[in-house]
Write a protein that binds this ligand. Structure first.
Ligand SMILES: [Zn+2]
Ligand SMILES: [Zn+2]
Length: 169
C-alpha cells in the first residue's frame, strides 16, 4: 500500500481508528552506497486519532536494511524500529506546522512518510559492528580478519638515510 484513503475513516472527536497496513519501502542511498529494505514490504500499525482541533496520525513499523559496511564494505544488516507521528489541524489556515506534508486530497502518502521517518532514524554511518576496524589504508586488507600494522619506520626515507650514516661510522 503506497497511500491510505482517509475517506474510508469517519471519526468523531475523541474516536480512534487502528489498522494494520502493508508498507512498500524504497531503497536508500547513504554515503554513496545503496541500502535495500529486505523485505521491501513490511506490516505497519496505523493509528488515527481525532481530536477537537485536528487529527493525530501514528505509524509504527520495523525495517531491515541490507548494504555494505561503511568502513570494511562487508554485507551488513541494520534493523530499525520506527515510530512516527503526524498532525493535521482541521483548519490549518496556511500554517505549515499544523499541516502534514503527507496528506493531500483525503489521501495519506504512506510511502513518503515511511521513507522520511526511516531516513531520520538512520545513523551517520552504517557499520557491520560498532567497533569495525575497517580496511588497511596501506594494503587494503580487512583489518577485522587480519589485524596488522605496516612497519612505517622501514618505509620512512629519513630512517633509511640514518641507517646509511650509521653504516659509515
Ligand atoms: Zn565493517
Ligand atoms: Zn595492510
Amino acid at each position: 500500500m503506497r497511500s491510505f484513503n482517509l475517506r474510508q475513516v469517519k471519526l468523531r472527536s475523541g474516536e480512534e481508528y487502528r489498522d494494520e497496513v502493508e508498507l512498500e519501502l524504497e531503497p536508500f542511498e547513504l554515503g554513496g552506497e545503496r541500502y535495500l529494505p529486505v523485505p521491501d514490504k513490511v506490516p505497519a500499525g496505523l493509528v488515527i486519532q481525532k481530536a477537537s482541533t485536528g487529527t493525530v496520525f501514528e505509524l509504527g513499523f520495523t525495517a531491515r536494511l541490507h548494504g555494505p559496511c561503511f568502513r570494511c564494505l562487508r554485507d551488513t544488516v541494520l534493523e530499525l524500529s520506527i515510530a512516527a507521528t503526524e498532525y493535521q489541524a482541521n483548519d490549518p489556515q496556511g500554517d505549515e506546522e499544523l499541516e502534514s506534508p503527507y496528506i493531500a486530497d483525503d489521501s495519506l502518502d504512506l510511502s513518503a512518510w515511511a521513507r522520511d521517518a526511516l531516513a531520520l532514524e538512520l545513523p551517520d554511518k552504517i557499520l557491520h559492528s560498532p567497533d569495525c576496524a575497517g580496511l588497511c589504508a596501506v594494503c587494503g586488507k580487512d583489518l577485522n580478519d587480519e589485524p596488522h600494522t605496516h612497519d612505517e619506520l622501514a618505509a620512512d626515507p629519513r630512517w633509511a638515510a640514518l641507517d646509511e650514516l650509521r653504516g659509515q661510522l
